[in-house]
Design a protein around this ligand. Structure first.
Ligand code: SME
Length: 160
């Protein structure tokens, strides 16, 4: 198991290309969901310095806060509510360049300015979402979407 991350300097794409195999190696040998989600959140925050990185898990028809890195956050999000609940409902990645322009955005912190939410699936159903928040406007684009979706495929593979 990797004990430290080596974060390549370079473009965002190059950093994802360097980071993803390291995260995959980190989680591939571990079957515990909490341990893996905690390490994924930590690795993403360590690599990119995001304001908040974490998971919400589908539980009893709500999203419930899971492992995360960053300031304390809302614990429960209903289906279809906020960016996370919308990503769950629509079963797709949502990039929000300016959270103030997203109707129904749930502000866990007033410092969050832009956001990306990526769903993870088990047997075709959304079972969790990855939420990444930035304190800068317009911090996420299709590069983040592509690599974070790829990462979620690896996370799904460890969920069992
Ligand atoms: N902003 C999210 C809520 C979760 S926090 O940002 C950590 C949303 O609108 O779903």
């Amino acid at each position: 198991m990797a004990e430290s991350l080596t974060i390549a300097a370079g473009t965002k794409e190059e950093r994802y290309q360097s980071l993803l195999p390291q995260i995959e190696a980190l989680i591939a040998g571990e079957t515990d969901r909490t341990a893996n989600l905690a390490n994924v959140a930590a690795a993403l925050r360590q690599a990119f310095g995001f304001f908040w990185v974490g998971f919400y898990l589908v539980n009893d028809h709500q999203l419930v806060l899971g492992p995360f890195q960053g300031p304390i956050a809302c614990t429960r999000i209903p289906f279809g509510k906020g960016v996370c609940g919308t990503s769950w409902k629509e079963a797709r990645t949502i990039v929000v360049p300016d959270v103030e322009q997203f109707p129904g955005h749930i502000a866990c912190s007033s410092d969050a300015r832009s956001e990306i939410v990526v769903p993870g699936f088990h047997e075709g159903a959304v079972v969790l979402v990855l939420d990444v928040d930035s304190d800068r406007l317009n911090d996420f684009d299709e590069v983040d979407a592509r690599y974070l979706e790829k990462l979620m495929r690896s996370v799904e593979a460890t969920l069992g």
